[in-house]
Design a protein around this ligand. Structure first.
Ligand code: ADP
Length: 186
């Protein structure tokens, strides 16, 4: 299962999505598509997109769906993503899940699986406290967790109903977790 794997990594902030997506992308030979990284790059460049999203990100809120649809459609339309990708940070709500389905469906494509990284809340807070990112202050972390529970967690049921969900225990060493993910996707 290499070269044409289309995966979404789902999980709360601090669950290790970025780290695992990086490893999986290397292992499977597909690009790691991180909307968080793309937005942070845009902020660092001071582009129109970056100027639009920096305040929203620093507040721990979600960037609006039409903006994200444009970002993701553009990235998945590039040739390197045509035969597979690890999507990290998107979708984050039901509207985005439907948008993703439409983007892929237009090229007759579908996701292979959605990995859910499961990590208890106390561990998430502890991990993010040690990370030092611009949006990792205590108050903002709490807001991002609240937004995850309210907007993103419904995607668990959405993908489970479609038979795509693969829950994976996100506790333990980085290597242990990646081994579990590889096993979950066969
Ligand atoms: P984490 O998974 O640690 O919460 P990310 O790096 O995925 O962080 O995202 C950081 C911030 O970027 C989010 O809090 C949000 O403001 C913005 N963002 C990233 N992806 C999306 C998305 N799909 N929809 C809306 N906002 C997004």
């Amino acid at each position: 299962m290499a070269g044409d794997t289309k995966l979404v990594l789902l999980g709360p902030p601090g669950s290790g999505k970025g780290t695992q997506a990086e490893i999986l992308a290397r292992e499977l030979g597909v690009p790691h598509v991180s909307t968080g990284n793309m937005l942070r790059d845009a902020v660092a460049e001071g582009s129109t997109l970056g100027r639009k999203v920096s305040g929203i990100m620093n507040a721990g809120a979600l960037v609006d769906d039409p903006t994200m649809a444009e970002v993701v459609r553009g990235r998945l339309g590039r040739t390197d993503a045509r035969d597979g990708f690890i999507l990290d940070g998107y979708p984050r709500n039901l509207v985005q899940a439907e948008t993703l389905e439409a983007i892929l469906g237009a090229s007759d494509l579908d996701l292979d699986a959605v990995i859910l990284l499961e990590v208890p809340e106390e561990e998430l807070v502890a991990r993010m406290a040690g990370r030092g990112r611009a949006d990792d202050g205590e108050e903002v972390v709490r807001e991002r967790l609240r937004v995850y529970r309210e907007k993103t967690e419904p995607l668990v049921g959405y993908y489970d109903e479609r038979g795509a969900l693969r829950p994976v225990d996100g506790l333990g060493s980085v290597e242990d977790v990646s081994a579990r993910i590889l096993e979950a996707i066969g």
